[in-house]
Design a protein around this ligand. Sequence first.
Ligand SMILES: Nc1ncnc2c1ncn2[C@@H]1O[C@H](COP(=O)(O)OP(=O)(O)OP(=O)(O)O)[C@@H](O)[C@H]1O
Length: 308
Amino acid sequence: MAPIISVKNLRKTYSNGFTALDDVSLDIRKGEILALLGPNGAGKTTLISIICGITNPTDGQVVVDGFDVVKDFRETRGRIGLVPQELTTDMFESVFNTVSFSRGLNGKKPNPAFIEEILSDLSLLDKRDSALRELSGGMKRRVLIAKALSHEPTILFLDEPTAGVDVALRKDMWQLVERLRQRGVTIILTTHYIEEAQEIADRVGVINRGKLLLVEEKDALMRKLGKKQLVVQLTEPIPALPASLAHLDLDLNDAGNELVYAYELGSQDGVIARVLDELTKAGLQLGDLSTRQTSLEDIFVSLIGENA
Ligand SMILES: Nc1ncnc2c1ncn2[C@@H]1O[C@H](COP(=O)(O)OP(=O)(O)OP(=O)(O)O)[C@@H](O)[C@H]1O
């Protein structure tokens, strides 16, 4: 299937000479949820702004549903909803009018029933006549999403959708994203919460210093780069690792009472039994055992570290 968004060799150098995107190429599949991860200043917002036609690229091309984002701006913009980080609308306007106005701005005929449906989906219907300034931060965030959905886009960009919101609203947002995906909307989100990507994304892209380091299926990434750790408490502390265990990838803590053995997620069965057997043969007194798995966060931190 042809990608819904195709980004080719994109470069953005701002007027001050700073290169925020350096040869970024990326295909986004119809109906997927793609999470873009990256530290502050990595270039995520710049990439989104170019795809949404807000910023022009210095070089390269973006095609959305067969249309060029620069040459066919109206075609591409009509297909895209963008949820920015902050609300910049008239704070005295009502929720309903704000969302309705957004629809009009995107060239769609008024459709009060549709706007009410969006407000209802976002639990904003009882606030339809409230002025924006009367809303809580979480509700304002929902209005941003309502505005972005007002012209029935098939692609939705969410820039840091849950930054600074409480846990309950974050979970609500995740459910909403899932419902939109079920309706066939393609969703691209940027996030600092790696847990968020781990929870809802199909694929994960990592950007650092203007370069796209990787784009992968989340599950494949976890399998490929994820590691497991076996943690063994020693009932009798030891001053150093016995020489007979030097061939194993073992870490002894400073107190000499905890050993950590790291192994690949795809390791053959029996690896733990073999290691425990060697530890016992080396005369160690084993106490509690536990295993833990590296998270997407560990993988992200080590990727960014390697490319710092
Ligand atoms: N108009 C501009 N002129 C010059 N430099 C800019 C401009 N806009 C952004 N930059 C720089 O480009 C880099 C990328 O910024 P961008 O906002 O795309 O990053 P980001 O990944 O979205 O970061 P954050 O997570 O902090 O939002 C930053 O170093 C930023 O300072």
